[in-house]
Design a protein around this ligand. Structure first.
Ligand code: NAD
Length: 316
């Protein structure tokens, strides 16, 4: 990667990824784009920004041609909980947005990174140590678009030779930008509430395991996979990656080690609970480890130390 254009750059991943890549590749070589210019000042001011709606193929092509990047990191999407409330919007943004990116990549010979998700699995998928290649019959609109997106990326590689690569992210935890309406958002909100109110009411019930990852590992995964030797990649898109798997009571117990008064209680949201129930408990990420050296640094304990420290500073 030398010159990179990011879509959805003002979201939870994009706002941190843009800053990270600008440090690695130079401010001018990382072009941030999002639907509207409403987002963190540091992203908008530290390098190029363009307002681009990814469903507008002409505008997307115009901006890509203006900057001539070699790589597009496509993050613009509608996430799981919002997608269930607005399935038509999720289909339009997630499918047509990706199609538009892949078409321009084909024309201009660009590499494309796009994340899939644990949402690409469903209730009939093996739940524990979910294999890389397995049954994928998701029951959410978000999941449907993620599986279709995985297949579309494979298709563009096989049919047109577009250098498509991607991972299946678990729930991502970060302190910089709040998550955009996913099912794993509780694992971010719990840290904020622990610091602000010393208690948290979880919309996900006790005993619900989901895979999670701390943002620094999620960012590193992109760079590692995009810089990986293509001859070593047996898979290309949709690598399972994970760093930890826990249920709400486990994250609460970890927070309690640092904030002894902290308490968790539960008021389950049936929509998000049923989404969580349709996802794996834990992923097998051995293909990513073998093919491009995936090896996350943070576990629940080290992430909790860092999250609490960074949030205390932020919420002062
Ligand atoms: P987010 O909701 O925080 O950010 C998405 C960004 O896309 C927002 O800034 C939004 O303004 C933008 N966007 C929405 N519609 C757009 C459009 N039509 N045109 C241009 N931009 C538009 O999401 P995120 O957490 O940063 O997720 C980025 C990617 O990672 C998505 O593909 C998501 O499915 C995937 N992912 C995220 C997680 C997670 O836990 N955050 C987990 C698995 C996969």
């Amino acid at each position: 990667m030398k010159k990179i254009l990011i879509t959805g750059a003002l979201g939870q991943i994009g706002s941190e990824l843009t800053m990270y890549l600008r440090r690695l590749y130079g401010d001018a070589n990382v072009i941030a784009t999002d639907k509207n210019p409403n987002g963190p000042e540091k992203v908008l001011k530290s390098g190029p920004f363009e307002a681009v709606d990814v469903t507008d193929a002409n505008k997307l092509a115009e901006v890509i041609k203006k900057y001539s990047p070699d790589t597009v990191i496509h993050l613009a999407a509608i996430l799981s909980a919002v997608g269930e409330a607005k399935p038509e919007l999720a289909w339009n943004v997630n499918m047509n947005g990706l199609y538009n990116v892949l078409e321009i990549a084909r024309e201009m010979k660009l590499a494309v990174f796009t994340p899939s998700s644990i949402a690409a699995f469903g209730p009939s998928t093996p739940r524990v140590k979910t294999p890389q290649d397995t049954i994928q019959r998701p029951t959410t609109m978000y999941g449907v678009t993620k599986v279709a997106g995985e297949l579309l990326c494979d298709y563009y590689f096989q049919k047109y030779g577009v250098d498509t690569r991607g991972v299946r992210y678990p729930g991502l935890i970060s302190y910089d930008t709040l998550p955009g309406g996913g099912t794993t958002d509780y694992a971010v909100h719990i840290y904020y509430e622990a610091i602000k109110n010393k208690k948290y009411t979880s919309y996900i019930k006790q005993g619900t395991y989901m895979d999670m990852m701390y943002m620094p590992d999620a960012l590193e995964a992109i760079v590692q996979l995009m810089e990986a030797d293509p001859t070593k990649l047996v898979h290309r898109n949709a690598f399972n990656i994970t760093a930890m798997s826990f249920a709400p009571e486990h994250i609460a117990a970890e927070i309690k080690k640092h904030i002894p008064e902290f308490e968790i209680d539960y008021n389950v949201d049936p929509v998000r609970q049923s989404i969580a129930d349709s996802w794996p408990d834990s992923l097998d990420d051995s293909a990513a480890r073998e093919e491009w050296g995936w090896n996350p640094k943070y576990d629940l304990a080290s992430m909790t130390v860092d999250m609490l420290e960074k949030l205390r500073e932020k919420l002062k």
